[in-house]
Design a protein around this ligand. Structure first.
Ligand code: ARG
Length: 250
């Protein structure tokens, strides 16, 4: 096993102290505490004090269905699952792909969207996994992008705390390519009109909300509310607003 993975798992075990609030306890309190990053457009974005994005709107819609107020918390991406284990909030919605390693530490809901990790580069730059051999690739720390590019031969991963910093590195010429979310990539290409090109999708992933390991009552409630939002039109409306399409897993 890789050293970084051991450290992550060990940290989570060490910090797994406070017990999570059950669904009954949350319901009685009238407020649900949700954590996200706030730096991953168009999924979760913090502008001044205002949180927005597909996942923020979706979680707010779920809370509305549950008749609960929301207490939003933001934290750096690589600390979100650790904070969950520490009982600092009830659940996390921050575009986490379901991976076996993460599933050892937290419990995942049914996926709230499906996507993939994609290559974006300047015109004439690398587009495929093979092209990335010997190249500098900008990625966000703690992500499946990093995990996946590390598996490719000859890739020099350049790691940033935020995905938006990784995008800037590409634009500034400090990296030959950026690997990130397929939908984020489309927005990036649009924003940098004519300067960037879309490469291959390297892998696909299912994105889900995470609860503290063993919090089955909350997990069951979240799954039920997500299914409800996906059948009553609330999900489709939010998805169309951000992506002009329905991004649920098919
Ligand atoms: N989907 C990727 C992963 O699972 C990236 C998630 C990044 N999320 C964020 N809020 N920055 O690792």
């Amino acid at each position: 096993m890789k050293k970084t993975l051991l450290t992550f798992a060990a940290l989570l075990t060490l910090t797994s102290t406070a017990s999570a609030r059950t669904w009954d306890e949350i319901k009685k309190s009238g407020t649900i505490k949700i954590a996200t990053e706030g730096a991953f457009p168009p999924f979760n974005v913090l502008n001044g004090k205002k949180l927005s994005g597909f996942e923020v709107d979706l979680a707010n819609a779920l809370a509305k269905q549950m008749n609960l107020k929301v207490n939003w918390v933001t934290a750096p991406f690589d600390g979100l699952l650790i904070g969950l284990q520490q009982g600092r909030y009830d659940f996390v919605i921050a575009s986490h792909g379901i991976t076996p390693e993460r599933a050892k530490a937290v419990d995942f809901s049914h996926p709230h969207y499906c996507t993939g990790g994609t290559v974006v580069s300047k015109m004439g730059g690398p587009k495929t996994a093979d092209d990335l051999n010997g190249k500098k690739v900008a990625v966000q720390v703690g992500t499946t992008y990093l995990e996946n590019v590390q598996k490719l031969p000859g890739v020099k991963a350049v790691v940033f705390p935020k995905d938006t910093d990784a995008q800037t590195a590409l634009m500034m010429g400090r990296a030959d390519a950026w690997v990130g979310d397929k939908f984020t990539g489309l927005d990036l290409i649009k924003a940098q009109k004519g300067k960037l090109q879309q490469g291959d999708m390297l892998y696909s992933e299912k994105i889900a909300m995470a609860v503290k390991k063993g919090n089955s009552s909350l997990l069951k409630e979240l799954n039920a509310e997500l299914a409800k939002a996906q059948s009553n039109g609330a999900y489709a409306k939010i998805s169309n607003q951000y992506f002009k399409q329905d991004i649920r897993c098919k």
